[in-house]
Design a protein around this ligand. Structure first.
Ligand code: SF4
Length: 215
């Protein structure tokens, strides 16, 4: 069956126009996977929203990498200038929860069923926090990556938003040169850019690819 893809960037633009017309600055809980991905998204969305960055990534391995990424995220928020201020909230580094979720899917390649569950894990927790904190919207920076499935991310975001009763902000941040801008901002702010997605399985995959290409 040929399922038609939704242009989520266009959908987002319609909503941003509506918010501008209403003259409001809604609150947004923005899940971030890392500083480089969040750079462009914060620059873009802080024009319209009062943002709290939610750093919830129990997938990241090893712990030293987690520490590196979270510190880089906090530093970037302090270094950048925004139209509306951006604040920070750390989620729990609950690795057991990630490993329980990934059970039986450890061997799958990046982009497969394990990753869909990983998106769901992080988006569910963001939606839950957004509902508990009284945020009007929630979303994630993940759609900026060309390696992430934006259609699936939006489907999952909309479903968990419905479950927790919070509005999910649809997105495809890589569009309109979003990814390119994130690379520019990463260079401008001297950000650490990791070369693997985050979990130990993606690290093993990257190391294997590196050893193949070195042959
Ligand atoms: S490869 Fe990335 S998205 Fe997939 S399970 Fe690992 S950390 Fe999550």
């Amino acid at each position: 069956m040929n399922v038609q893809k939704v242009n989520y960037q266009k959908e987002l633009e319609k909503l941003l126009n509506k918010i501008t017309e209403e003259g409001r600055t809604p609150s947004l809980l923005l899940h971030s996977c890392c500083a480089p991905c969040s750079s462009y998204v914060m620059e873009y969305l802080s024009e319209y929203f009062s943002i709290t960055i939610f750093y919830y990534n129990p997938n990241i391995y090893p712990e030293s990498e987690y520490t590196k990424r979270i510190l880089e995220q906090q530093k970037l928020i302090g270094d950048m200038h925004f139209t509306h201020p951006v604040s920070f909230l750390a989620g729990k580094y609950d690795r057991e929860r990630f490993y329980r979720m990934a059970e039986g899917m450890e061997h799958l390649k990046e982009g497969g069923a394990r990753c869909m569950k990983c998106y769901e894990l992080r988006l569910s927790e963001t939606a839950r926090q957004a509902a508990a904190g009284g945020f009007e919207y929630f979303t994630t920076t993940l759609s900026i990556s060309p390696l992430k499935n934006a259609q699936k991310l939006n489907e999952i975001g909309l479903a968990v938003g419905e479950k927790y009763g919070v509005k999910y902000l649809v997105s495809d941040f890589k569009k309109k040169n979003g990814y390119k801008r994130s690379v520019e901002l990463s260079n401008e702010y001297g950000l650490y850019r990791q070369d693997y997605c985050g979990c130990e399985f993606s690290l093993a995959q990257r190391e294997q690819e590196r050893s193949f290409s070195a042959r």
